[in-house]
Design a protein around this ligand. Sequence first.
Ligand code: HEC
Length: 104
Amino acid sequence: MKTRHFLTPLQVSMVACTWLAVAAPVRFELPKETAAFKPGPGADLAKNQCLICHSAEYVSTQPRLPRAFWEANVAKMRDKYGALVPKEQVPALVDYLVQTYGKQ
Ligand code: HEC
């Protein structure tokens, strides 16, 4: 006589997989060095002005680009995307970006 299982082995494993998928904690951590701006003169400006809309990775993942790029980039953030960086902070901010993420 054939034993009747309440659940077939296949069903049991499907239930187990679903449970594992639901129970597995969703963890997402950025590596520290890309999650924040690197320290240095002007880092506070970047922290205050450039993390309002996106992560520091937008900056840290750029190739080492010259000053002209960072000037244009900060101008774009202000003019196109509406970053509220006060005009008088722009040069110090660009200095920081060039020194830390660009090339002189
Ligand atoms: C008001 C919102 C806002 C602020 C504040 C802001 N950004 Fe952005 N930034 C954006 C948007 C929108 C994009 C384009 C996003 C996309 O393409 O996915 C972007 C993209 C970028 C990129 C990627 C390259 C590019 O041009 O698309 C860099 C680099 C960048 N921002 C740097 C900065 C820096 C440096 C600051 C601080 C001065 C800053 N952002 C502040 C909105 C902002």
